[in-house]
Design a protein around this ligand. Sequence first.
Ligand SMILES: Cc1cc2nc3c(=O)[nH]c(=O)nc-3n(C[C@H](O)[C@H](O)[C@H](O)COP(=O)(O)OP(=O)(O)OC[C@H]3O[C@@H](n4cnc5c(N)ncnc54)[C@H](O)[C@@H]3O)c2cc1C
Length: 425
Amino acid sequence: MAHIVIIGAGIGGMPMAFEMKEQARAEDRVTVISESAKFHFVPSNPWVAVDWRKRKDIELDIAPTLKRKGIELIAQGAQRVHPERQQVELLDGTVVDYDYLVIATGPKLAFDEIPGMGPDGYSQSICHVSHAETAKLNWDRFTADPGPIVVGAVQGASCFGPAYEYAMIMDTDLRRRKIRDQVPMTYVTSEPYIGHLGLGGVGDSKGLLESAMRDRHIKWICNAKTTKIEDGHMFVTEHDDNGQPKKEHVLPFKHSMMLPAFKGVDAVFGIEGLTNPRGFITIDEHQRNPKFTNIFSVGVCVAIPPVEATPIPVGTPKTGFMIESMVTATAHNIREMLDGKEPSHKATWNTVCLADFGDTGAAFVALPQIPPRNVSWFAEGKWVHLAKVAFEKYFMRKMQKGTSEPFYEKMVMDMMGIVKLKDKK
Ligand SMILES: Cc1cc2nc3c(=O)[nH]c(=O)nc-3n(C[C@H](O)[C@H](O)[C@H](O)COP(=O)(O)OP(=O)(O)OC[C@H]3O[C@@H](n4cnc5c(N)ncnc54)[C@H](O)[C@@H]3O)c2cc1C
């Protein structure tokens, strides 16, 4: 009998638990350690912030499904991983022994790296549903008394899609309220150009996103370092292509949301051999840590190098499609180890993302994620908004049923006949 422990119950952790249970032998135990007994569908957070969704629409109790599937749940945060002892220490001091560990904790949000940033400071966040609920309260006040908006992503950020999404969704919401004319909007980003997305661009993402921003009267500042945020003012240094300071901006705002940089969670930060200097889990091509070979990792907490050097540092995004393939590879690799074999499965490092603009949207497909690519495809249209809604419903249902059925985004897109990914591999 082996005990397989998964830390985290998000987009990576929950499918990991279901797929691991299917791959494990009858006698093995699978346990999820999660700081919350709820699953949240993070991609819908921007909709919560403008009140197009309520928290209850994108939140699920995980205990009933896990129980039905024979997966144990410890609804408590992990305080520290002890790889030498093969133990996870919980917040209450108790320890959980494991034979195999899968770390799926997502990121720690590094708001502290910029004075005044984040929900405890002066800008909003959509990274967690609780932050999005706070942003919604701010949005209510803002729409009653509008003014300038500053939105974007700071230096070291890796998740640019949601920043564009939120800018476009706010624009759509303001147009519906017929107050868009009262709101100057500026997109501030560490990306070297609009549409870089931490991926070196995808297809004509630069042209299409610039055009979408112009259509919506959203100005932008690229190669930007956000130096501090005060009540109603953002301080930004714009840089040239060599990374030299070019212009200082003080941008007034009445509503602001900036995507932070990510780092690893405290439970693993600084464990030699397990994490890189930012606290992300280092893995080999089989999702396995090279030093502690019974530890695997999936999702945003995995260390991935930047796609290319940029004047201001930007990270590489880890999106759902890629996370799903990490999960499948990990479950199969652990099974192989249980059978006394060496792991052989590899994740496909592909990016498929649907970015909602509220009424329309943009989809990008990068196969593989790092250029040069076999497929680099970017398109805009109303169908993307519909596909994103379908993706949300599909994923929530999948979490409720406890199925590990893979390739959800591929299926959504295949079902809609938009793009046949399997033909593009
Ligand atoms: C606003 C936003 C929108 C996004 N939209 C999309 C999209 O449309 N499409 C797409 O493909 N990708 C999207 N992404 C990127 C990515 O898919 C998500 O970030 C996704 O949630 C990552 O999954 P994860 O499992 O790695 O982390 P998470 O979903 O964040 O899950 C981490 C889990 O670990 C738990 N945890 C953390 N620390 C501990 C601890 N110490 N002990 C126990 N539990 C712990 C957390 O509570 C959480 O349950 C988006 C990201 C953001 C931030």
